[in-house]
Design a protein around this ligand. Sequence first.
Ligand code: SF4
Length: 296
Amino acid sequence: MAQNPSFSVTKVKVAFECPRLFYLGHKFGGKLMCNSPEKTLGIGITYHGLAEKCLDAMRHEPKFSEFLEGSPEQINQEKLNQQIKNLLYELIFLPYLREIKKNYHKKVDFLLKLWQGLTSLIDDWTTLLILNRHFCSADKVIKKTFILQEYVLKYNFKLPNNQEQIVRGKLDSLIFNFSRNRLAVVDYKTYPASNAIAQFVQVALYSYMLQQTKGIPVDAQVSYIFPNLKTDFYSWEKLEETIYQSILYKLQQMQEWLTWESGDSEPPPATIHPHLCNLCPQKRKCQSFFENTEAS
Ligand code: SF4
């Protein structure tokens, strides 16, 4: 029996948002992600790159560990925040500003927004580092909290109809929370959720695939950076329930949608979130392709 083509985690997320967009992207290629105004600012890739460099600097520059020395009860969060922000500004953000000034003139509001987003993230990191300092020495806590190994995940799901489906994905970030004694998958979003369930599904899949690989429970969180940092946390127990309740059936549906061909009845359904159509990168293709097939 021929194996079904693998799905990326992004495609599963898109299938939750709009079955037609998933179908068009899978069959014909083209963009899959909806274009919110925040996305068109193009801040996401730059932001993720700088956040990664900040974490790398924190892991390798000994001064960050020195800020965490002393008894954890006596660490002043505000002072620690400021120390980390100042040093990251000097080591990472200032060189970035100098570099882009040489190349082209970025808008001031873009740069302010970028730094504001990074400082929100640093506040979050500091809170976790102080919590973890109760379990781990100052010289080890940063490396044990922020696990930078790149995680490429692949898992073969067994579906309710006895079919199989391989899903692949790559994690944004992985952290360890000592008080919960758990890993947590973290997904950073630089734009508001167009569909919160789809974001949830994405981290649920990452968490499940990692749990299967490592054999330990893995929590998850989605952190929305703009306009203000907002974090949605999901325990492993909640995620596991979701996988069994909805994702396995969705994977099965995705396989079924792909068997549909122009001229058949019952095409993959349109989104149930009509506001997405105004942001959809394949709106024209969708209208012509599905209108034609539905009329035929
Ligand atoms: S236009 Fe709307 S229904 Fe069509 S693919 Fe895009 S989001 Fe889905």
